[in-house]
Design a binder for this molecule. Sequence first.
Ligand SMILES: [Zn+2]
Length: 260
Amino acid sequence: MGAQRYIAKGVEVWCLEDGANTFGDAVFPDLDDATRAARLAAAGLTGADTAFNVYLLRHPDGAVDLVDAGCGTRFGPKGGLLPARMKALGVGPGDIRNLIFTHLHADHCGGAVRDGAPVFPNAQVYVHPADIAAFNGPNEAGAEIPGAYAGRITEIADGDELPGGLRVWGLPGHAPGHCGLWIGEDFALVGDILHSFALQLPDPDLCPVYDRDPEMARASRRAALERLADSGAVWSGSHGIGPRFLRVTRDGAGYRTTPA
Ligand SMILES: [Zn+2]
């Protein structure tokens, strides 16, 4: 399950697992024990398992982009597998053309900087300015991005067209500048709109403590799931486990997924 592939409009999309974790009960404080247990059991899980997914996009012209960069060393042995996963695909750090951040949480950008230096020496960086402003505190992984990639950062906003036929999908709330990406009309990367599919798909209003603005995160999550259900688009989420490329349909008050 470490690397899964889907082809969207001629773009080879690899979902590469940088690491994995199991969320403790405190991550979803609004969930009572019985409901949590029932939802996990329905999904065949004993804990709120999660993955740290990075996406490698190989374009028809040979250019290679990354969507997020994984944890690097920020989460110890729970993350940091991205370089090995890339190597297995024959891709080195210097091969990355564009590095697009869904947002600047450490499990998405920690792998982009090492000792203050850029891990991807030739990459142009695309990131929403609201996240550069929000994650600039001491010891925050996001705070290292502007310095390490100085002079090659492009600010993105909802609807922007990026090289290779990518389009920015503004999904604020989890982080102020949180974004997904569309490739054409039938494929989307949704970033962190969901942290535990098992716990949140039955109730899209359920937020993890990591959603910085819960009301806005709920609105973005619901809008995204509605659009994905209506369009039948294939999508993948940064914290998905199991089959990574999915379709979603409505199911009562919530949603359920089927592998693409
Ligand atoms: Zn996040």
